[in-house]
Design a protein around this ligand. Sequence first.
Ligand code: GLN
Length: 534
Amino acid sequence: MRKFVFVTGGVLSGLGKGVVAASIGLLLKSRGYRVTMQKIDPYLNVDAGTMNPQEHGEVFVTIDGKETDLDIGRYERFLNEDLTADNYITTGQVYWNVIHKERNGEFLGQTVQIIPHITDEIKRLIRRPVEKDGAEISVVEVGGTVGDIEGLPFLESLRQFKEEIPREDIVFVHVTLLPLLASSDELKTKPTQHSVKELRTIGIQPDIIVARCNRAIPTAAKEKIALFCSIPPTHVIEDRDLATPYGAPLALMEEELDLRVLEKLALPIESVKLERWEELIERVTAPAQRVKIGLVGKYIELGDSYISIADAFVHAGAELNAGVDISLLSAEQLQRDGTDRLLRDLDGVLVPGGFGERGIEGKVKTITYLRENKIPFFGICLGMQCAVIEFARNVAGLDRANSAEFDPATLYPVIDLMEEQTQVTQKGGTMRLGEYEAVLCDDSKSFTYYRCHRIRERHRHRFEFNSAFREQLTRAGMRVAASSPDGRLVEIIELVDHPWFVAVQFHPEFRSRLLAPHPLFVGFLNACLTKKSS
Ligand code: GLN
C-alpha cells in the first residue's frame, strides 16, 4: 500500500501549512498507519545550509547530516521519528540531479526540458521515501503559495502524478486563510475561492480545504466555500489560531480532518491513540509553574531562528510541568551595556549555536557572569566554544584565548579548525554534519540525566575543542564529560562546583520531542527550577 497526501498552500505564506501537514502525519500514525513525511522547498539552494536563519528560520540537521528546512524538524517532533535527506526536496537538488545525469550522458540525443525531465525527477524523489522506508502513507508538503512561479514545476509534477496512480491513493489538502474584515465583522471567503481557482488552472482540484481563521467558521461560509470550490461542506476544515502548535493535531481531529483524509484514501478508520499527547498538551497550556530563561543570540528579531531550542523547552517543560518564558537577548547589547541588568532576573541562560564573530565577546561576558554567580548555564555548539574561551581566559589564565574562527592569530587557539576541515574550500554541506556517537563519563552531571554511556547526537560545526589545551584546562577545573569513541573530540564540558554548567559541541535540540524530551534540556530546566525556588 502506497498512499500520498499532498498539502499545498494558498492566499499567503506563513499560514501554518507545516503544522497542518505534521498534524495529519501524527493523526494518521496515531490511527495505526506507517507514515512518512516530505517537504518540497521551491528555492534554488541545494539545501538550507547556506541560508540566513533570520530570513528563512533555523537550519535543521537530520541524522544523516542533511541541512534542511525547519519544517523537517517539526515533522520529526510530531511523528516522533527520525527523517533523512530523502524527506527533503529543493529545486536546487532537482536541477542538480538532472544536470548531473545530462553530463553523464543519461539523456544522450534528447533535449533536456522541465517537462518531462525535471518533473520526472520530482516524481522519482516523491516516491523515494515510501519505497525505501516501507511507509504506507506519505504526507508531502509543497512549500510556498499556489501561483508562485517557482512552485509551478512541482505542482505540474503532482498533476501528472495524480494521473499515474489510482484515484484512491492520493488526496489533495489545500490550506488557505479566511481573513476577518473588521468593518463588516465577517470572515471573507473570496481569497480562498481565488486560490482554489489558481490551483485548478494547473489541473489540481483540492479534496479538502483547511481554512486558517481566528474564530469559528459560520455554516454559511463553509457552504459558500464548498459551492465555489466543488467540495462538500464537511470537507471545509476549520483551523483556528491556537496557543501552541502542539494543540493543532487535537483541534484538527475534532474537525475530523483525519477521517476525511482516510475516507478519500479508502482506508479503514482505526481507533486513535493520542492519550499521552493530550496529557502533555494540558501541561503545555496550563503548567503548574513558570521559569524565565535567557537565550543569548545573534538573531533576535525572529523566533524561528531558534525554533528547535524553543520547542525543546516546551518538551522539557511538559515533562516537568513547567512553562518556560524565553527572553531573547542580543549578544551585542550584552557586550555594550554589561550583563548584570539584563541577566539578574533570569533563572538560567542558554547560549546557542552560531557562526561569525559578531556578538562573541558579549557571549563570553555573559558566561563569566553565569559562572561567577552560579546561574544555570547551557551552551550549545558555539555556546560551548564560548564557554571554553571564557574558562581559558578567566580561569586558566590564557590571556586573549580565542577560537581560530574569530582570531586566527591568537596565541591560545583553544577552539581550532577540525583536522578534516583544513582542505575544505566549498561552503555547502561540508561541515561535520549529522549524527555521531559519543561516550559519557560516569561521574558527570550529563550522565545523571542521560543514564547511559553511549549517546548519539547531531552535529553542525567546523571548529572544535583544541586537544592541545585539554590537559591545561582540565587541570584548571574543567571536566570533559563526553568525548568521541576514539577519545579525540571533546563533546561535552562541565564545571564541577556549579549548580549546572554544561556545554555541548552537538545540537541536542534536534533530537528533542514532545513524547521524548531531551535529557539535557530536562536537566537544565530542572536546575533553573531549583534556582528559582531557592
Ligand atoms: N561556528 C562554530 C563552528 O563552525 C559553531 C557552529 C555552530 O554553533 N553550529 O564550529
